[in-house]
Ligand binder design. Structure first.
Ligand SMILES: [Zn+2]
Length: 146
């Protein structure tokens, strides 16, 4: 069980991340609007611009997904269960929650699910979304579309 002080700290981390993501989404949105205005301008390398645009949109999808995870964690925090592993109901350590505020699994279950995910990927089946922010940022799973 986390102390009120620990919970406040995790809430702070989550809310800060939430604000950052909302801001990034807004930037992506204003970029897309500028983009529409710029269509037809012939002085820009259009293929380059298309590339930037699609990258922005993919970031936007990822932000929406992460925001969903953060909202879920804030609900778990309110319900006093943010430190309860979704799989085995063991407690998740405060240190782990601060380092990985969107995690809903204890380290044992996380390692287990990563092994299963790898096995799933090797079998060539799409495994759905894993736990984002568990590894490096570049590992974020995005809908494959080119
Ligand atoms: Zn667990």
């Amino acid at each position: 069980m986390l102390s009120p002080k620990e919970k406040a700290q995790i809430r702070g981390v989550l809310e800060e991340e939430q604000k950052r993501l909302v801001k990034k989404s807004e930037n992506a949105l204003s970029y897309s609007m500028n983009h529409e205005r710029n269509i037809g301008r012939d002085s820009i390398d259009e293929s380059m611009e298309e590339e930037i645009f699609s990258t922005e949109m993919r970031l936007h999808d990822r932000e929406k997904f992460l925001l969903g995870k953060i909202n879920k964690q804030l609900r778990r925090l309110d319900a006093d269960e943010i430190d309860v592993c979704e799989d085995c109901s063991e407690s998740i350590s405060f240190r782990r929650l601060v380092a990985r505020p969107v995690t809903t699994l204890c380290i044992d279950c996380k390692e287990q699910s990563e092994r299963e995910e790898q096995a799933t990927e090797q079998a060539g089946r799409a495994g759905g979304f894993g736990d984002l922010n568990e590894g490096s940022e570049s590992e974020a799973k995005l809908p494959a579309e080119e």
